[in-house]
Unconditional design. Structure first.
Length: 666
């Protein structure tokens, strides 16, 4: 009767375990099949508590941490064999290999959880058959459940029956430790690694046989360890194991001497990702109100600047997504290796300024997760990222905020606009400024402290800017490109052009760009104001073309004798360097940012827009002196090649993106 009871109980317990996959990592594997992973992590608690699965996932790497507290390599080798039997596809296996190399014993508290499967699995049976108590465990019904009652007894059977999920399976198998300090001293003086650990070699050989990339790593210990030369012994016996025991050492990163807390684990995991798993392309997303594409409602300086960078980013194998908000339709399409999202403008009866941003936030977060976006870049204008809680780090690029332009124009700003931009600045992790001037002024205006403001110039794809006949142009043609708006200095042009025509009567002027509302006079058209300020004779020599296709803009640059940009407010000035790249002499504003674009009297002339006499003199000087104009145009091109080539600047952007991503991962 006793034997029959034992057989029946054995059958009942085993049947329960064969149907359970929610109690521990062993049944989670045993009762599964056909899982695919980019990364699998094995080892003891020093794997379980040290490798943050979510950080791998954030990099687009499907990852699970199968490290088991108290486990030895005996158990790690067996779980890997079971994975292979169940047709797991694993690209990379990371094995915590340090203190566990000192023995080949089973860890009874962990290995007991394999015993329900000892009769149903040939792999489990063979793994245990050399253990001293194998016969009792294998041949005596119910013996294993009695011996290891605390691990696989009635309580665990009950929880398995009701499918109670263990917290050990959450967070991709990673188990974080808090800051409560355990034993902060450790003595491993007498510990020695086995010269040929059987189970370590099994794991390594299993990986080799199944084409799995094998990475063995020693993980950190605190500062107070006696016998740290143990890790040198490991390195000597196993040269292929990477020694990271001193990557994190400060006690504030440890929960106990052998186990890092969550902050330490994140610092460590970031380093592992950086050193071993950088093969996944970085994914950068740009949030913007404009972009040069036929399906996008609007494109201007911000959009052009982004596209110039994106065109080169994709050639470096960086993955790029563009999110254009305020559009007429919702759409997602891919073109030239760039995924473009059009986000339809939403209408709200109440709190539109808030709900609109939350709508964009939710849309972004959906794709940040599904497409593994590493970082978002957004403009400062209007503070579009105010109120957003994004699931990726945010960099704001100072294309030019309302706060910045109001300051330069000495114009009163709406409090609401400043509030939005200030909130957006507070949400950002770091900032990129196209000029040092723009970065420092923005930093001052928004009181930015303890955050990095990196100067990276905007640039051009130089292959798109060639003037094969720079000596061929329309003599006397003065060209302005840009929005017809007061802050661009266009209302200075009537006086300047009048003085030019006094010295060079055949001069003509062409204006290209969208007309705009004038905030000072409330006029709907700045062009109408400009026309009224031109003398009738000068007006006959001025042509306003409005907004025209960019290919035509380039043709006018080639045709121009001199290009003029008398602006009062810029962060950079893309049209300035575009004209310089086409070997045109430029007379530019001399305010702050412009001094970083042009070397005065060498690669162009710098003059304050309000100094009409000098501005006109510089234009006339170039119109009358062919050699000076040609020489300045050549030096302008060289200046752009040396300082504003996106092929070179893209490296600075990628380095900064990587730095911010890795900092956040820590």
């Amino acid at each position: 009767m006793t034997l029959l009871s034992a057989v029946l109980l054995d059958y009942f317990y085993t049947s329960v375990y064969l149907a359970s996959d929610k109690r521990n990592k062993i049944d989670f594997v045993y009762n599964s099949k056909n899982r695919n992973y980019d990364v699998v992590i094995l080892g003891s608690s020093r794997a379980n508590n040290h490798f943050v699965s979510a950080m791998f996932e954030q990099k687009g790497l499907k990852t699970y941490n199968y490290g088991m507290s108290g486990g030895h390599l005996f158990e790690a080798s067996l779980i890997l064999k079971l994975m292979i039997e169940r047709n797991y596809k694993i690209k990379t296996l990371i094995l915590e290999s340090d203190l566990n190399l000192s023995n080949e014993h089973q860890s009874e508290g962990v290995s007991a959880k394999y015993l329900p499967y000892i009769h149903s699995s040939e792999i489990v049976r063979k793994h245990f058959e050399n253990e001293t108590d194998f016969n009792e465990l294998y041949y005596i019904p119910f013996y294993r459940y009695i011996k290891y009652e605390t691990k696989i007894g009635i309580r665990e059977v009950f929880f398995s029956m009701i499918q109670k999920k263990s917290k050990l399976l959450e967070d991709g198998g990673y188990y974080s430790l808090g800051n409560t300090k355990g034993n902060m001293k450790n003595n491993i003086v007498n510990l020695n690694p086995l010269p040929h650990n059987k189970y370590y070699e099994e794991i390594k050989n299993t990986c080799k046989a199944n084409n799995i990339k094998f990475i063995a790593i020693m993980t950190p210990m605190c500062e107070n360890v006696a016998g740290m030369n143990y890790f040198d012994k490991v390195k000597k016996a196993y040269p292929e194991i990477h020694n990271y025991e001193n990557v994190v050492v400060d006690n504030k990163y440890f929960s106990s001497c052998g186990h890092m807390n969550d902050a330490g684990a994140r610092l460590f995991t970031a380093r592992i990702l950086k050193d071993f798993l950088r093969n996944k392309n970085m994914h950068i997303a740009f949030l913007t109100p404009e972009y040069p594409h036929k399906r996008v409602s609007h494109a201007a300086g911000i959009g052009t600047s982004i596209k110039n960078l994106v065109d080169v980013l994709v050639t470096t194998e960086v993955q790029v997504s563009i999110f254009v908000y305020g559009q007429k339709e919702d759409a997602v399409f891919e073109e030239d290796n760039v995924k473009i999202h059009l986000i339809k403008n939403q209408n709200y009866k109440f709190l539109g300024w808030f709900l609109h941003r939350k709508h964009i936030q939710n849309y972004l977060n959906k794709y940040i997760v599904s497409d593994a976006v590493d970082l978002i870049e957004a403009p400062d204008w209007t503070g579009i990222t105010a109120f957003m809680k994004l699931k990726a780090p945010l960099i704001i690029r100072f294309h030019g905020s309302d706060t910045y332009f109001c300051h330069l124009e000495k114009r009163r700003q709406k409090l609401k606009n400043f509030w939005f931009e200030k909130l957006a600045i507070g949400k950002a992790t770091a900032f990129i400024a196209p000029t040092h001037f723009a970065g420092e002024l923005s930093k001052q205006l928004f009181h930015i402290r303890n955050k990095t403001v990196k100067t990276i110039h905007s640039g051009l794809k130089l292959s798109d800017f060639h003037n094969t006949n720079p000596l061929v142009y329309q003599k006397g043609l003065v060209l302005y490109i840009g929005t017809i708006i007061r802050k661009k200095g266009v209302l200075e042009l009537p006086s300047i052009f009048k003085k030019v025509r006094c010295e060079f009567p055949d001069a003509q002027m062409v204006l290209i760009g969208s007309d705009s509302y004038d905030v000072q006079t409330n006029s709907k058209s700045t062009w109408e104001i400009l026309k009224q300020e031109l003398d009738s004779g000068d007006l006959d020599a001025v042509s306003y073309l409005g907004k025209i296709p960019y290919q035509q803009v380039q043709e006018y640059i080639k045709k121009a004798h001199v290009c003029v940009f008398p602006t009062f407010a810029e962060t950079f000035g893309m049209v300035t360097i575009e004209s310089m790249a086409m070997q045109k002499p430029v007379v530019n504003s001399n305010i702050g940012w412009a001094q970083e674009l042009i070397v005065d009297e060498e690669s162009g002339f710098l003059v304050h827009p309000s100094n009409h006499n000098l501005y006109a003199d510089r234009i006339v000087e170039l119109l009358k002196n062919k050699d000076l104009a040609n020489d300045m145009g050549n030096k302008a091109r060289l200046r752009v090649e040396d300082n504003f080539d996106t092929g070179q600047l893209v490296k600075l952007n990628i380095e900064f993106y990587s730095k911010i991503i890795n900092t956040i991962l820590r």
